[in-house]
Write a protein that binds this ligand. Structure first.
Ligand SMILES: Nc1ncnc2c1ncn2[C@@H]1O[C@H](COP(=O)(O)OP(=O)(O)OP(=O)(O)O)[C@@H](O)[C@H]1O
Ligand SMILES: [Mg+2]
Length: 499
């Protein structure tokens, strides 16, 4: 065993004395005694005094008789966690990590299993078959992946993973947040996993540099904030990357918007209207932007700019850019604005900015106003009006001294369409409004809503009943649609009768 993956000169048996004796296995040192149904059967050490062992056993049996099944399960998990952490430490001490990188999974699993059983043997720990299997697969995840987070990352139903300190991990499934039973051993364990992620992308996170953004190997978006800024333990937020992005048809099928809205949006994208997708956090802005991009003709040159590359465009001619924060010395930052300025020199047909949140708004508006029509971005806002105010604020905060009327007139001539995404209280994500910007009336930007989601009620299970409806206004861009060959039937814009 230890074949080619063993570090030269290492011996697991020698590595163990320095390691804390598994207090839990002995059933003492601050942890509660073992329950009788625990498969972790301690084998007493020869040198331990007899009387102590007997007293300890009696104590254990007493406590076990009082323990509830939940207590026993919790203690069993704590014990396994302790054993796992100790074993993991020994594996890291003994395995040649460089050789691991290229090791076939099957071989590596076999190796871990054999090392683990040797170390367990050495520790006098006996586990049943199921526990051994769980332990081996968790060890595999610790060594090669992100430990306790690994099963959640592999679970396709999970959209977001949110860690609030070592003992609390939430996930979002079907639009709803729920607590999982996944935990880390302690803050150090959690920090080690965070460190593993950020060091892989050449970043560092510590007291002086407490927050970090990164992209996981599988493309998931990762953010961590560590103590002391994170008060109760490190905070981690992961937006899982979906290999199969939701396409327009999927979104229509899920009830995110109606077929009429899809037809309208197809015409809007194809006719090169400038579109802003607005919405709250996790409301589906990026998903919508990605889906809208599928209407872009394959012959066009598209440049995408994002803080964390999430978009997956289907077209062949796509140039992707990802901004970069400053390094530890405060150097090397490349902002979205830098990328955008450069993009304008790269002969783009379309520019897509993942999220406009700062000074890049100036260049985005200018690009939209100066021939790069058909550009798209997302913005954090709760309604179309709100999105316009956000744009105004961003322009003001970028230090541009311009009268408000001039800013508004820039916005109104740059942006044609606002699409509002929303996560409703039942967890469903829907496009709740499509609003056109039609120009200026005095100092005010004039808008007209073309489609909206109407709530009609609630089911007993708390699901929202509703429908998408046209508002009855004729699209401001009807003529343009027609000229570009998109003759949308007038029925699309006709509202259904009230229910
Ligand atoms: N209509 C939908 N139906 C089901 N799931 C959806 C829908 N739209 C988005 N999702 C899922 O919801 C999650 C959040 O979506 P997305 O990343 O698009 O949100 P966002 O508004 O861009 O979030 P953020 O503000 O964090 O950037 C993703 O996992 C995505 O797959
Ligand atoms: Mg997003």
């Amino acid at each position: 065993m230890f074949s080619k993956y063993k570090k030269p000169g290492s011996d697991p048996k020698k590595a163990s004395p320095g390691a804390p004796k598994l207090a839990t296995v002995e059933g003492g040192a601050g942890t509660a005694p073992a329950a009788p149904d625990m498969a972790v059967a301690p084998i007493p050490k020869a040198e331990a005094p007899k009387v102590d062992r007997r007293a300890a056993r009696i104590e254990r049996e007493k406590a076990a008789a009082q323990a509830t099944p939940e207590d026993r399960e919790r203690k069993r998990r704590e014990r396994l966690m302790d054993i796992k952490v100790e074993l993991h430490k020994q594996l890291l001490d003994n395995l040649n990590l460089a050789a691991l990188e290229s090791a076939p999974e099957k071989e590596l699993r076999a190796e871990i299993q054999s090392i683990a059983s040797e170390v367990l043997n050495d520790m006098n720990v006996v586990l049943n078959r199921e526990e051994r299997q769980t332990l081996n697969s968790e060890l595999f995840d610790e060594v090669t992946g992100l430990g306790p987070l690994e099963p959640l990352l592999k679970d396709d139903d999970v959209n977001d993973i949110l860690v609030n300190g070592p003992q609390q991990v939430f996930v979002e499934r079907a639009g709803k947040l729920m607590l999982t039973d996944v935990t880390f051993k302690d803050e150090r364990h959690l920090l080690r996993i965070i460190d593993k992620i950020v060091s892989a992308v050449g970043r560092r996170v510590d007291e002086s540099n407490p927050s970090v953004d990164a992209r996981l190997k599988d493309g998931s978006r990762f953010n961590a904030m560590v103590p002391p800024i994170a008060v109760d333990g490190s905070l981690v937020s992961i937006r899982k990357f979906k290999k199969d992005k939701l396409a327009i048809d999927d979104l229509v099928q899920f009830g995110a918007f109606s077929e009429e809205m899809a037809a309208y949006l197809q015409a809007a994208v194809a006719c090169r209207l400038n579109i802003i997708v607005s919405g709250g956090t996790g409301s589906g802005k990026t998903t919508t932007l990605n889906a809208l991009s599928s209407f872009i003709d394959n012959s066009e040159r598209i440049l995408t700019i994002e803080d964390t590359a999430e978009l997956q465009l289907q077209q062949t001619h796509v140039g992707r850019m990802e901004s970069r924060p400053a390094n530890v010395e405060g150097k090397g930052a490349v902002s979205q604005r830098d990328c955008l300025k450069n993009a304008l020199r790269m002969r783009p047909d379309r520019i897509i900015v993942g999220e406009t949140r700062g000074e890049e708004v100036i260049d985005m508006l200018q690009a939209m106003n100066t021939g790069h029509d058909g550009s798209m971005t997302t913005i954090h806002a709760n309604s179309a009006r709100d999105a316009v105010s956000r744009l105004e604020n961003m322009v003001a905060m970028a230090g541009i001294e311009m009268p408000i009327k001039a800013i508004r007139s820039q916005i109104s001539s740059a942006v044609n369409l606002m699409v509002q995404a929303s996560r409703l209280q039942d967890g469903s994500r829907r496009m709740v409004s499509i609003t056109e910007i039609t120009g200026m009336e005095g100092d005010v930007i004039s808008m007209q809503e073309v489609f909206r989601y109407e709530r009609l009620g609630l089911t007993p299970e708390g699901k929202i009943i509703g429908r998408f409806n046209a508002t009855g206004v004729r699209s401001h861009y009807s003529e343009r649609f027609r000229q570009w060959g998109y003759d949308l039937p007038p029925s699309i814009f006709e509202p259904m009768a009230a229910e």
